[in-house]
Design a protein around this ligand. Structure first.
Ligand SMILES: [Zn+2]
Length: 190
């Protein structure tokens, strides 16, 4: 059953733990989101926004409260939600060279927790997964001929050409130049 916003805000005022897992609320002025049971100060109603799930809150740019840890806990399969949210962020922000370092903090967990949970759900370590995404994005650019190697490298979030070449080779078995040639031939029948 869907809760009305009035009912959700009443639960927030009461810090009512019976509503934990049914929704989260974010505070626009701080960019933090909480469980209904959070004991932090009740925000002004106008500044509150409600979310049905963790991934929704994270996708809207909110960070988990350090006090009530809406990203953890027994309710609402938070690990699955957290990993799903992380995958969404990687898909959108792969080009940010600092992403891997910052992601665990953004999800409100330690680096080692993040690695463990990510690997358990995805089957790859976050570093490896991100590298695959970056190589795939760079390969797309090379394929369409819209970028040279340096442009494709930087646009995909690699910080230098040698790590780009190494990763590209590891994932595709080809150098970027070979990859482009193979694709040109396939695409244009030259
Ligand atoms: Zn909180």
């Amino acid at each position: 059953m869907r809760l009305s916003e009035d009912a959700m805000f009443a639960a927030v005022i009461e810090s009512n733990p019976r509503y934990d897992g049914r929704f989260f609320y974010g505070v626009k002025t701080t960019g933090i989101f909480c469980r209904p049971s959070c004991k932090s100060k009740v925000p002004n109603r106008d500044n509150v926004v409600f979310f049905a799930g963790l991934s929704e809150a994270v996708a809207a740019g909110y960070r988990p409260c350090k006090r009530c840890r809406p990203d953890l806990g027994p309710v609402y399969a938070p690990e699955e939600e957290m990993v799903q949210a992380a995958l969404g962020i990687i898909d959108r922000e792969f080009a940010d060279p600092a992403l891997l370092r910052e992601l665990p903090g953004r999800m409100g967990v330690s680096s080692s927790q993040f690695r463990r949970l990510f690997k358990k759900r995805v089957g790859e370590a976050p570093r490896k997964y991100l590298q695959q995404v970056r190589v795939a994005k760079a390969a797309d650019r090379l394929k369409t001929g819209s970028a040279n190697n340096t442009e494709a490298c930087l646009a995909a979030g690699f910080t230098n050409l040698s790590s780009f070449y190494a990763a590209f080779r590891r994932e595709t078995g080809l150098t970027p130049r070979q990859y482009r040639q193979v694709h040109d031939q396939a695409g244009w029948g030259e």
